[in-house]
Design a binder for this molecule. Structure first.
Ligand code: PMP
Length: 392
């Protein structure tokens, strides 16, 4: 039976990690893996997380099952950051549950949309590759539109056209901020136009927020999401804490529904709970519990927000430096200055990317995506020179 299975192509980024690890050159540069790095190239555990984990070890008195919804204290403590401190439940219309990472939240959002009768999902491309994989796995049809223009800005006409074309049974998947892989976010004015278009569209918005706080700030990065939610009757939200709390392997995420009426939430969430049970039963507890302890302790909250500010400032510094370089060979670096988050795309060919690796020990995804946090004051000049050399 199992011999019927065809070999699947390995995850390209995981293959890159192995190549990087095996490279003996001391000045090698890893721009592939999607984790934040300090100026020293490390991905440390946040001090706020360490403090919360100590508290958790001291205070947690049971590891008995919690249920498919996970740690509801965690789910609710996040809501003011996502939906706004003024009315975090949006008049009782928002409810959520914990998920295994943002991936679990995306999976649950699209599975629930499918259960509700959604058949097609409009999505800007390029996108995080797992979006298409999850849609194919359910299955749901994907209708692609161009996320970006060649000049490094968002293609707002394409998203508006997609929204205008959407019919009953369609959803649209949008990145809330810090678009992966392009770093190209809609401007506030573009979000205003998107929200206005969604207000009269049949498309169900599914908004994936995986990098809140890594772009311009926790509040600023919620602008698009909140604008859309204020304009539409219902929406699904997938959230990841794996980047903004540095919890990657602990798999911390949440899924939220904004319903038309508070009275609909019980039925909707019972469907979400049932899908979660069939997929993973319950989310892992540890990371979510640590986030809850941070968000319910003002001193730890301040510590976390300060660490997040430091991360964001460092990525901004790298982006400013790249933008200030202007062009590197044939590559215009200036758009990277207005892009957000961990990622940007460089218009390099497969051959140029391979040469960066073989001749300059610079490792980046075959798509041209770079993790800007992989650049430091020690390697950024080398990187700019190498891009100039391969693209000249
Ligand atoms: N959505 C997007 C756009 C992402 O980039 C990622 C992570 N790379 C996720 C969701 C999933 O994040 P997590 O690691 O929390 O599963």
């Amino acid at each position: 039976m199992l011999d019927r299975l065809q070999a699947q192509s390995p995850d390209a980024l995981l293959a890159l990690i192995k190549l990087y690890a095996a490279d003996p050159r001391p000045d090698k540069v890893d721009l592939g893996v999607g984790v934040y790095r300090t100026g020293q190239g490390d991905t440390p555990v946040f001090a706020a997380i360490k403090a919360a984990e100590r508290k958790l070890v001291d205070e947690q008195d049971s590891k008995a099952y919690l249920g498919p919804e996970g740690d509801m204290g965690f789910v609710e403590a996040l809501m003011p950051y996502i939906f706004g401190a003024e009315d975090p439940s949006m008049g009782g219309r928002v409810q959520g549950m914990q998920t295994p990472g943002g991936t679990g939240a995306v999976r649950l959002a699209v599975a629930l949309a499918r259960a509700a009768g959604i058949r097609r999902v409009f999505m800007g491309t390029p996108s995080w590759p797992n979006h298409a994989q999850i849609l194919a796995d359910l299955p749901l049809d994907m209708v692609a539109f161009d996320h970006d223009n060649d000049d490094g800005t968002a293609n707002v006409d394409a998203v508006l056209a997609a929204i205008a074309n959407a019919q009953e049974g369609d959803a649209i998947l949008l990145h809330g901020c810090c678009h992966n892989p392009t770093g190209i976010d809609y401007t506030p004015e573009q979000w205003d136009a998107i929200a206005a278009a969604l207000a009269t569209s049949k498309a169900l918005p599914i908004i994936d927020v995986a990098y809140q706080g890594l772009g311009h700030g926790m509040e600023e990065d919620a602008y698009g999401l909140r604008k859309v939610l204020a304009s539409v009757p219902e929406a699904l939200i997938a959230y990841s804490c794996d980047k903004n709390f540095g919890l990657y392997r602990d798999r911390v995420g949440a899924f939220y529904v904004m319903a038309k009426e508070p009275g609909q939430l019980d039925a909707i969430m019972s469907n979400a709970a049932s899908l979660a049970r069939a997929n993973w039963s319950m989310p892992p507890d540890h990371g979510g519990a640590a986030v809850r302890l941070i968000l319910t302790d003002p001193a730890l909250t301040t510590m976390w927000l300060d660490e997040l500010d430091t991360m964001r400032a460092r990525m901004r510094q790298v982006r400013d430096r790249l933008a200030a370089a202007g062009t590197a060979g044939a590559v215009d670096m200036t758009p990277l200055g207005i892009q957000n988050g961990l990622f940007s795309m460089l218009p390099l060919s497969k051959e140029q990317i391979a040469t960066l690796r073989s001749e300059h020990a610079i490792y980046m995804a075959g798509s041209g995506r770079i993790n800007v946090a992989g650049l430091t004051s020690g390697n950024i000049d080398k990187f700019i020179d190498a891009v100039a050399a391969v693209s000249a």
